[in-house]
Design a protein around this ligand. Structure first.
Ligand SMILES: NC(=O)c1ccc[n+]([C@@H]2O[C@H](COP(=O)([O-])OP(=O)(O)OC[C@H]3O[C@@H](n4cnc5c(N)ncnc54)[C@H](OP(=O)(O)O)[C@@H]3O)[C@@H](O)[C@H]2O)c1
Length: 267
């Protein structure tokens, strides 16, 4: 999995163009969801198609999509039968994803939120395991899960273990310190979103400003570099070509251990 993932939420009609731009700039991982309320998944497929014609093959890209339970959908645009069982909804949603993305497999399929009631977690996971067993999703993961007990239960009782957790990186959850430590122990990749928007205080902190000056990098680059040092894969949904380059060149330098520690102390 690349060190940073291009996020495609909220890009509406600019989705295709921005993805082509991001991949041509150097991004190789793309995150989307079968959730028309926030993502134009079909535009991701158009971008994949355009990129293929430009010589960037499907297998050079890491494509990640999500199944979004009904509570996270606009009822009028839900991409599956809202009265069907959860198992059937997941199968239908994934068929729509494959059609939208113009691909017969995804590199990762994420459960967008733990379903409600919690007793439905395994109904959802088992449906995703079927997709994995058919080799149509190469990895399975879960998002918006800040309850470690739920993750532990999922890991213990599933046949196909989660290999990705995608969560909001912010102070309210103590930056998921416990979850991240547990993920590391179990070889689960932790992906962060809200890494920049939820942390303006980090970007204006003295240690990060000093390091930006010393390494001639921007403050977001110092933060992305730190996240990578901690084993985190951040998402960036930037719409700006300069910020795309910024994100991509955030990993070509190393801080000293003391400098990494000075950032860790901020969290
Ligand atoms: N699982 C979930 O529930 C969930 C929820 C939210 C998001 N996501 C995923 O995560 C992706 C990223 O979303 P996000 O919420 O983390 O925010 P984001 O879309 O990455 O937005 C970050 C903000 O930071 C700015 N920015 C980005 N790079 C910058 C840089 N180098 N310097 C200065 N400003 C910079 C952007 O402005 P510019 O456009 O001007 O650069 C934008 O205003 C989404 O597209 C989606 O794929 C998942």
């Amino acid at each position: 999995m690349p060190k940073i993932i291009y996020g495609t939420a909220w890009k509406k009609d600019a989705t295709t163009e921005l993805i082509v731009q991001a991949v041509e700039a150097g991004f190789r991982a793309i995150d989307t969801a079968c959730q028309p309320k926030h993502y134009k998944e079909e535009s991701v497929g158009e971008a994949i198609n355009i990129l293929e014609k430009k010589g960037i093959k499907r297998n050079e890209l890491f494509i990640q999509t999500k199944f979004t339970p009904l509570a996270g959908q606009d009822i009028s645009s839900a991409p599956y039968d809202k009265y069907a069982s959860l198992k059937k909804q997941i199968a239908e949603s994934f068929e729509v994803s494959k059609m939208n993305l113009q691909t017969n497999y995804v590199d990762s399929l994420i459960l967008h939120t733990p379903p409600f009631p919690p007793s439905k977690l395994f109904e959802a996971w088992n449906a995703m395991e079927i997709i994995y067993e058919a080799k149509e999703a190469l990895q399975l993961g879960i998002s918006n899960c800040d309850d470690l007990a739920t993750l532990k239960k999922l890991y213990k009782e599933s046949t196909i273990k989660p290999s990705i957790v995608q969560n909001r990186f912010y102070a309210d959850t103590d930056y998921d310190k416990e979850i991240r430590a547990w993920c590391k122990e179990h070889n689960i990749i932790y992906q962060s979103f809200w890494s920049l928007p939820a942390n303006p205080h980090l970007l204006v902190s003295e240690p990060i400003i000093k390091l930006a000056l010393k390494y001639k990098k921007s403050e977001p680059q110092i933060l992305f570099n730190y996240l990578s040092y901690e084993g985190i894969i951040p998402l960036s949904g930037t719409t700006c070509p300069i910020h795309m380059q910024d994100a991509l060149s955030a990993f070509d330098f190393e801080l000293t251990n003391d400098e990494y520690n000075s950032i860790r102390e901020l969290l």
